[in-house]
Design a protein around this ligand. Structure first.
Ligand SMILES: [Zn+2]
Length: 259
């Protein structure tokens, strides 16, 4: 074999090897880059949403309650006393989406939030009716959480699978809330509305679902109902402004007096 020919073949062989090394290196780099784009399972969704990465057209599998944003409205003091999961007051099922806040009154004057909570809990044994609410606001403004937000409560009939419900205690047959109940209901409604992106038109009464006179006083006094929603929206706006001023910690904003 001619020496020059064999040197040429060697050069071609080395050229091919170098080419393959380049191809393999490029492939490894491309795979590494693509893997970085795949979100890790346990990574915070909020963080992922901040990155300019296309998440594809896959529909979200979680209900809307998972897409909550940072809330400008401070969370009111909530006494969490979750009901035992049972067929009569807490079925333990997820709602389809959180689109409405439904306001109620108990229709049972002078009963406390605790008594009503305990009644809802007792239905697992009584088994004679299905009834509950996500929250109960008491006469002194105390708030008890019976069913977690995002779970079905038996309060608002056809809206149960699309809403969070707030029951309110009252002192007499008129169903008018005490000032403490009113203030707590405004704060809780505002907190939930801001947290889950629910607008004024999606804050409704039980009456708006079924025509039932609930919450009675705010069905008989349409202007007071409009005022309630105004107070909720104003409270959110004030909290937003306070947050915008860089104030941190407890807000001094208080809901307007019930007229
Ligand atoms: Zn009701």
């Amino acid at each position: 074999m001619d020496g020059r020919q064999s040197e040429g073949k060697k050069r071609i062989r080395w050229g091919r090897i170098l080419l393959w090394i380049c191809v393999i290196a490029a492939t490894v780099a491309a795979v590494w880059f693509l893997l970085r784009l795949v979100p890790k399972e346990d990574e915070n969704v909020d963080v992922l949403l901040d990155t300019p990465v296309e998440l594809g057209t896959e529909p979200p599998t979680e209900v809307e309650t998972e897409t909550e944003t940072d809330c400008v409205v401070p969370e009111p003091e909530i006494d969490e006393q979750l009901l035992t999961i049972n067929d009569y007051s807490r079925p333990g099922e997820e709602i389809d989406a959180l689109e409405y806040i439904v306001i109620h009154y108990l229709g049972n004057p002078r009963t406390t939030a605790q008594q009503n909570h305990d009644y809802f809990e007792s239905l697992k044994d009584l088994q004679n009716t299905s009834m509950s609410a996500n929250f109960i606001v008491g006469i002194d403004g105390e708030i008890i959480e019976c069913v977690p937000v995002g779970e079905i409560a038996y309060a608002s009939n056809s809206m149960n699978h699309l809403s969070v419900s707030i029951e309110n205690c009252h002192l007499d047959e008129t169903g008018r809330f005490t000032q403490d109940t009113y203030n707590s209901c405004v704060r809780l409604t505002a907190y939930l509305a801001a947290k889950y992106g629910i607008d004024r038109d999606h804050i409704i009464r039980h009456y708006d679902v079924t025509g039932k006179e609930c919450p009675l006083y705010y069905v008989e006094h349409e202007d007071k109902w409009e005022e309630f929603k105004d107070d909720v929206m104003e409270y959110i706006e004030e909290c937003r402004e306070t947050a915008g001023q860089g104030y941190s910690g407890e807000t001094s904003v208080t809901p307007a007096e019930q007229g």
